[in-house]
Design a protein around this ligand. Structure first.
Ligand code: SF4
Length: 348
């Protein structure tokens, strides 16, 4: 019965597919890069990043050779920076193990760092015409509604079974189009928020959830745990027209990125002054910059910021602690968007 959806889905895609920069060719590097960028970011936001990235790093070899700081700068604002590091590691593996030629087989693509079943399926099917599914959140939603699949889709077992079912009906002549058709249908018709637009759906006739009127119950996902709340105090320390930046540890959240010196907890003006004295500097002008909030997947940062005009620099510059002008910060340093509210104030 599921095979009945193939023809109407492909016909619908032929008339309704989204025009996207990474769909202009079948270059595996382009498809891979766009899929990685899209993992946590909206299509509209990705477009600019995608074009800038390829202007600077047009070939896989360029990505393999790019200095880490420059890569982080290109990624700044997209978040989840381990994606960028994995891209570079995978590019190096393509250069070393495959002579710079992107591997074609699903299993080989899957072995590259940072590539899971979805991305491997997307590249194999869209770039190389391999009949393997690429099942993302959009596809899970459409599929579970179509057949009223009530298994918990966060479970690997359920995901694997869905991939296998979709794999059985892949049209060998158009696997890339087929995968993208599911995605576009999920993004624009069988939408994640609010009622699905069943009146516009090419699969309405086959859809069990539409018949039962309970599409909104699918997919079945357990409720997420509430995020952990963390309070921080951020110091924008100005010294002779430059600002103190420090590098975060190589492991953990925002690993290896540059930040403004940050302390745990919300410090009052008085406590901030005491801390400055502990750092070996005092009598400074301290200005409250207000509050900021940033949401990570499992954590929320609630920040309080101070701008301090230092009369003396309490530390020596090292490779992990530097002074940078506004222009240097803009040009050379990747500051995570968690600090965006303070970065904007600094730049304005
Ligand atoms: Fe989704 Fe409605 Fe289409 Fe079913 S008919 S796949 S619920 S949009």
């Amino acid at each position: 019965m599921l095979e009945e959806i193939v023809a109407p889905l492909l016909a619908w895609y032929g008339e309704n597919k989204r025009t996207l920069p990474w769909r202009e060719d079948r270059n595996p590097y382009h498809i891979w890069l766009s899929e990685v960028m899209l993992q946590q970011t909206r299509v509209e936001a990705v477009k600019g990043y995608y074009e800038r990235f390829l202007d600077r790093l047009p070939e896989v070899g360029d990505l393999a050779a790019v200095p880490e700081d420059e890569l982080m700068k290109l990624w700044q604002g997209l978040g989840y920076y381990s994606r960028a590091r994995n891209l570079k590691r995978a590019a190096a593996m393509i250069m070393d193990d495959y002579g710079g030629v992107f591997p074609e087989e699903y299993e080989e693509i899957l072995r590259l760092p940072g590539i899971g079943a979805y991305t491997a399926g997307a590249v194999a099917s869209m770039a190389f015409g391999k009949a393997v599914p690429a099942v993302d959140g959009n596809v899970y939603r459409v599929y579970t509604r179509l057949v009223r699949e009530s298994g918990d889709i966060t479970r690997g077992r359920v995901q694997k079974a869905i991939r296998e079912e979709i794999g059985k009906i892949m049209p060998p002549e158009a696997p890339g189009e087929f995968n993208q058709a599911w995605m576009d249908l999920g993004a624009g018709v069988c939408i994640p928020v609010g009622d699905p637009l069943c009146g516009k759906c090419p699969l309405a006739e086959q859809c069990e959830a539409r018949r039962a009127g309970d599409a909104i119950l699918y997919p079945n996902k357990p409720k997420k745990k509430p995020r952990k709340r963390e309070e921080k105090t951020v110091f924008i320390l100005e010294y002779q027209g430059k600002y103190v930046l420090q590098k975060r540890p190589e492991q953990g959240l925002l690993a290896g990125l540059w930040e403004f010196p940050t302390q745990e907890g919300h410090l009052s003006l008085e406590e901030a002054g005491m801390l400055l004295r502990e750092w070996g500097t005092w009598g400074e002008e301290v200005e409250l910059l207000g509050s900021g909030k940033h949401i990570f997947t499992h954590i929320e940062w609630h920040m309080l910021g101070y701008l301090v005009h230092l009369k003396q620099l309490p530390w020596k510059e090292t490779e992990n602690l530097v002074l940078a002008s506004r222009e240097e910060i803009r040009r050379d340093f990747s500051i995570p968007s968690a600090y965006g509210v303070y970065l904007e104030q600094l730049m304005s």
